[in-house]
Design a protein around this ligand. Structure first.
Ligand code: ZN
Ligand code: ZN
Length: 534
């Protein structure tokens, strides 16, 4: 008879489902797989296939997050030191025109996506207009978008494109220059650059303000909200200054003081002096209505008027100015709501292909990709937690976009208004604690970095695996695929899926170990015994 166990002893025993989950993670298997039913249309045979869901956060699925990170590292590595142009462009005088039109197409797509997501398109509209000018300057007649409304009048003060910076014609080249050493060896150096935001007040070693009352949380919040636009602007300025179609792979993450910073791998080099010059001339002006004076606090919120679909001031009964009218009210003598700039401190180093430095920098670039922005630095003591809470408070009533509910607080009707908007309750990601004000993409990759999309890199990986295993890719036309839903008789509950994932991964590992052994002429048994198996 087994001896009776105490409750504490029983609780200390591992739970079977946790063991299976951990085993799946150890084997790199997805712990939240999608179940698909695969039918062979020749034989009618039905098989259940568990497909990784592909989460990028380690808190959701460590295996998928690790795979996504490895893929990003591969993408970064491939593009950094390219020696030939990644896409074949005809070598005739129209290269420049082609390049501008391609940039224009990309900008249009980003703009339309931003609009669909209810985000601010101001910066991208501005950029489109600048690119239209470049297209015209390059000798193309007409407009890429005929009938596009005239560019809103902007005084020279509102120009975003760093007029003080020397400007060169941008060549369509995307790869860096080579340098020849006295011994005849040639180098094609690339760079690793880290850019930070300005100071908002002195911070201690743990990243928290020495004097929280004097720390400029509002500016910190606004810089974070507009960080993506600022980075975009920097890239445009660098391209014009350096005179080639600079390519980058960048990762945005928070510093300990919770301000975003960006690690950037660029192809080619720029001197520290030149970089300092471009950084000093780069800024992003936010021409939004003023948001410093509270016109409607929670006790006097604007009221929704159903018949007109507008908000009105409960005290006067007048409509609030609509978003589209608001920018017209900004006079030539008014200041922008915010001017985002990088701080004067930066880090820049040259990196050679295949060097130890290169591998170390790729490590930096992908280090935090499996984590939520706010989870990159875990608060161990009260001070960092209080600092994070303080920043979240500053972000709560800060307008995040033209559609932000917070505009009501400052007496402006947000873009695309609807009933039930409440300041402080905007659903924009930037207000959420886990984003720290930066709701943009964590990895920013220019289009001609490696000349491949993430899907291409994924396909490369698969092709490599299939080749290593010596098996042919399945013919996609041979199968039909259907998702299996909880009501279906063949639906597997999560526990059962995990067991299948573990079994599948074990089979893969064995096959891979065997293939590697065959390749190196060893027997599989030897290889696993020495522990060098995958
Ligand atoms: Zn997964
Ligand atoms: Zn908002």
């Amino acid at each position: 008879m087994t001896p009776r166990q105490t409750r504490t002893q029983r609780l200390a025993m591992p739970l079977a489902r946790d063991v299976v989950r951990d085993l799946a993670v150890t084997h790199g298997g997805c712990i939240r797989p999608v179940q698909l039913r695969r039918t062979d249309i020749h034989t009618g045979q039905v098989e259940q296939v568990l497909v990784p869901r592909g989460h990028t956060l380690a808190t959701v699925c460590p295996s998928c997050a690790e795979r996504a990170k490895a893929l990003r590292a591969a993408q970064c590595r491939e593009g950094w030191h390219l020696e030939a142009e990644p896409v074949i462009t005809p070598d005739d005088p129209d290269d420049v025109q082609l390049m501008w039109v391609e940039h224009r197409a990309e900008t249009q797509q980003h703009r339309d996506q931003a609009e669909a997501a209810g985000q601010d398109t101001g910066e991208l509209d501005e950029l489109s207009a600048e690119l239209d000018e470049e297209i015209t300057r390059s000798g193309v007649r007409g407009n890429v978008l005929p009938g596009r409304p005239e560019r809103r009048h902007r005084s020279t003060r509102r120009r975003q494109d760093a007029p003080d910076l020397p400007r060169r014609a941008v060549a369509p080249r995307t790869i860096g220059k080579t340098y020849t050493a006295p011994d005849g060896k040639t180098f094609r150096p690339s760079m690793f650059i880290t850019l930070t935001c300005d100071s908002y007040g002195k911070v201690g070693a743990d990243g928290t303000p020495v004097n929280p009352a004097a720390y400029d949380y509002q500016r910190a919040a606004r810089d974070a909200l507009h960080f993506a636009a600022l980075f975009d602007r920097l890239v445009q300025n660098l391209r014009r200054f350096l005179g080639y179609d600079l390519q980058y792979f960048a990762a945005v993450e928070p510093q300990k003081r919770l301000a975003p910073h960006v690690h950037v791998a660029i192809r080619g080099t720029v001197s520290r002096t030149e970089l300092r010059q471009v950084l000093a001339a780069t800024y992003h002006q936010v021409w939004w209505p003023p948001a410093d004076e509270i016109k409607h606090d929670d006790a006097r919120l604007p009221v929704w008027h159903d018949a007109s679909g507008r908000y009105l001031d409960p005290a006067t009964g007048e409509f609030l100015p609509a978003w589209d009218e608001a920018p017209d009210a900004i006079g030539d003598d008014d200041e922008p709501l915010h001017v985002a700039r990088f701080g004067p401190r930066f880090d820049a180093q040259g990196v050679l292909a295949g060097s130890k430095d290169s591998a170390r920098c790729i490590g930096y670039l992908t280090k935090y990709l499996t984590k939520q922005i706010a989870d990159c630095h875990q608060a161990q003591t009260d001070a960092p937690a209080a600092h994070a809470a303080h920043l979240a408070d500053a972000l709560r009533y800060e307008p995040c976009s033209p559609t932000c509910a917070n505009w009501l607080r400052y007496g402006v009707q947000p873009k695309n208004p609807r009933e039930g908007l409440r300041p402080g309750r905007c659903t924009g990601k930037a207000h959420r604690r886990e984003y720290l004000g930066y709701a943009g993409r964590r990895v920013l990759v220019s289009r001609k970095w490696s000349g491949k999309t993430l899907a291409d890199h994924r396909a490369d990986r698969k092709a490599w695996l299939l080749e290593t295993l010596g098996i042919a890719d399945t013919d996609p036309a041979r199968y039909t695929w259907e998702p299996v839903t909880p009501g279906d008789p063949d639906h597997m509950p999560p526990g059962q899926r995990l067991l299948h994932v573990v079994a599948d991964r074990q089979k893969w590992h064995a096959a891979l170990t065997n293939a590697r052994a065959r390749a190196s002429g060893q027997s599989a048994a030897n290889l696993s015994a020495t522990g060098s198996a995958a």
